[in-house]
Design a protein. Sequence first.
Length: 47
Amino acid sequence: MFTDGTLMAIFLFETLMFLLIPALIILLIYCIFLAIKALKIYIRKNQ
């Protein structure tokens, strides 16, 4: 049997994961985008 505290903790944890995972995915995509942009500039400078 769950207590109110445990249920609240699970709910908060799930809400946090629900918000955190998309944020991490967006951050990862942004980092990849910046890396590609930097690589293109680097290649252009070397040619």
